[in-house]
Each structure stands twice: as C-alpha cells, then as structure tokens.
Design a binder for this molecule. Structure first.
Ligand SMILES: Cc1cc2nc3c(=O)[nH]c(=O)nc-3n(C[C@H](O)[C@H](O)[C@H](O)COP(=O)(O)OP(=O)(O)OC[C@H]3O[C@@H](n4cnc5c(N)ncnc54)[C@H](O)[C@@H]3O)c2cc1C
Length: 286
C-alpha cells in the first residue's frame, strides 16, 4: 500500500488527481477501523494530516468556514457560540480520544446516515466546499451531498476542503437516541435550527433513512402555522413531531427497529422544537 503524504493543499489535490483511487485519511477514526477489520485494502492512502489549512476555521461574511480537518474538540471549544447545533452534536461523538482526532470532514467523507454532524448541518443550511485540481472549487448544499448509505456527491478526484455553516441566528438543538449514553452510534437523531429572521425552522434527521434527511413537510408546517410571537401551541408541536416521523425512512438493524426509530424521531422532533422555542421566548423576554 502506498502512503502519500502531501504537505500543502495544492499537493493534496494533485495527489488525488493523479491517484483517484487513493483513500484520504484525516483523523483515521473511520478509515483505520476499516483497515484493521480488513474491510478495505486500498492501493494508496492519502494522509491529509500535514495539510495545515485543513485544520483551521474562519468566520467569513455569512458563514463559518470549518476546515475538513478541524476536530470535534475544536468545534466544541471554539465554535459553540456561532454553531451551537454542530457543537452539541460534536459533544455526543465517541469519546474524548475520538473527538480529538475525528471531525466533520471525515464524517462527511464517510457519509454514514448515522453520522452525528449531518442533522445539524442540514438544519443550519450548510454547504460543503469540495475541490479538485482540474475543475477547481465546487459548493454542494448539505441536502444534496448525501446520495445513499456511505455515498456522497464527491467525485473520485475531489477532496473536501471545508464546510460552510451559517452562524446561528436563533436557538439550535441536537438530540440523539443511543443504546447507552456515550460511545454510541445513533439509533436515530434529530436537529432543529430556528431562523427567526426568515420565520423558518430547519431540520435534520440522522440514522433513520438511507441518508441523513430533512423533514420537509414538518418544516413547511411551521413556516405556515408557527406564530413567532406566541408560546408554542402543543398541538402544533405534536403535528410537527408526526410529520418529522413521517419523513423518516429507517430500516430494522441491530441498533433498533424501523418502527422504534419512526416513533423516536417524532419524539425527538417535538422535544427539540420545544427546547428551542423556550430559549427563543426567553431571549425575547430578556
Ligand atoms: C470508537 C468510535 C466511536 C465513534 N463514535 C461516533 C459517534 O458517536 N458519532 C459519529 O458520527 N461517528 C462516530 N465514529 C466515527 C468517526 O469517528 C466519525 O465519522 C469521524 O467524524 C470521522 O472523522 P475522521 O477525521 O477520523 O475521518 P477519517 O477516518 O480520516 O475518514 C473518514 C472518511 O472520510 C474520508 N475523508 C476524510 N477526509 C477527507 C477529505 N478532506 N476529503 C475527502 N474525503 C475525506 C476518508 O477517506 C474516509 O472515507 C466513531 C468511531 C470510533 C472508532
């Protein structure tokens, strides 16, 4: 197996263009598991850990640009203000060791429907920045990035450079059901992001479909019926939960049954909306 070690982003893109079969490795918390269990024998690994730009984030007009190599620990420590939903989800990932190495870029690269960063990225309206040596930069909305279980819109000669996430303009919440409280792959998860300026609520469903999903009918319901100046109507919150559950398309597997996941998505949707709405009301009252 060849081990390619670029030290700059330009070198990394050139290596991927010349060797599209090379498997990128950042934190390695997915890739090394696959190698150790012999699920994958790539001809080449493309080690991105020396590419310093990937480990940086910056606040730009309209969005935070989070480098593909920024680990969860940094998202938690430095970005919980502008990106509270993503930071909450990051806190639930694995263990401190995993959060120190793994990050959002690797979560996107793996494109597992159970990845915890996907629901808050969908709810916030994030955009994935990908790049190739020959065609330059391409931006893909998160909602169009996930194509199937562990399949994404990334082309073989492309690498993920960063994810662009609009800073929160209202409360955001992420909640995850697991078979225990830590070190657990989601049985299902849900994220909401309130966008008060647009009178809109964004959603993301995890681990309850072939890809991470948005609950579009549930979003439409709130866009039509939510009174932004009033307490949350419990009947509307229940209906939101029902429509979110209807958007889920899960399977039975070792972590849970499809029926349980549908039910749990509905509960998580109602709860996260209620938490976010309570914060929204408190912020307005303050
Ligand atoms: C014990 C344990 C617990 C875990 N718990 C969780 C959990 O609770 N929630 C969760 O979501 N995940 C969990 N994971 C999975 C993993 O930690 C995450 O998916 C993490 O985000 C991967 O990031 P990484 O940098 O380690 O990726 P890597 O393993 O380096 O790469 C992951 C994938 O992304 C690709 N890739 C990486 N960087 C790029 C790039 N710049 N461009 C293109 N492709 C790229 C790789 O080729 C690979 O396919 C766990 C893993 C372990 C081992």
């Amino acid at each position: 197996m060849d081990f390619l070690r670029p030290t700059t982003w330009a070198e990394a893109l050139a290596a991927k263009a010349d060797r599209p079969e090379a498997v990128p490795i950042q934190g390695g918390t997915d890739v090394m598991v696959e190698l150790n269990f012999d699920r994958r024998r790539p001809e080449a690994l493309l080690d991105l850990t020396r590419v310093a730009e990937l480990r940086e984030w910056e606040a730009l007009p309209g969005y935070c640009r989070v480098g593909a190599g920024v680990p969860y620990a940094t998202v938690i420590d430095e970005l919980s203000g502008p990106l509270p939903g993503l930071a909450q989800a990051s806190r639930t990932v694995g263990s401190p060791q995993i959060r120190n190495r793994g990050g959002v870029g690797g979560n996107l690269g793996a494109a597992s429907p159970a990845g915890d960063s996907h629901p808050p990225l969908l709810a916030a309206g994030a955009v994935v920045e990908v790049e190739s040596r020959d065609r330059g930069v391409r931006t893909v909305p998160a909602a169009e990035f996930y194509l199937g279980p562990k399949r994404s819109a990334l082309e073989p000669d492309e690498l993920i450079r960063a994810v662009r996430v609009p800073p929160a303009t209202g409360p955001q919440y992420f909640s995850k059901v697991g078979t225990r409280n830590a070190m657990v792959i989601a049985v299902c998860s849900f994220a909401v992001a309130l966008h008060p300026g647009e009178r809109r609520v964004g959603t993301g469903i995890g681990s309850a479909g072939p890809t991470p999903l948005r609950a579009l009918e549930a979003e439409d319901l709130l866009a039509r019926e939510l009174d932004w100046d009033a307490p949350l109507d419990p009947a509307l919150a229940r209906r939101f939960g029902e429509l979110a559950a209807r958007a889920a398309a899960p399977i039975d597997d070792v972590r849970g049954t499809a029926a349980y996941r549908v039910h749990a998505v509905g509960v998580l949707a109602r709860r996260t909306l209620t938490w976010a709405w309570n914060d929204h009301r408190e912020e307005r009252a303050a």
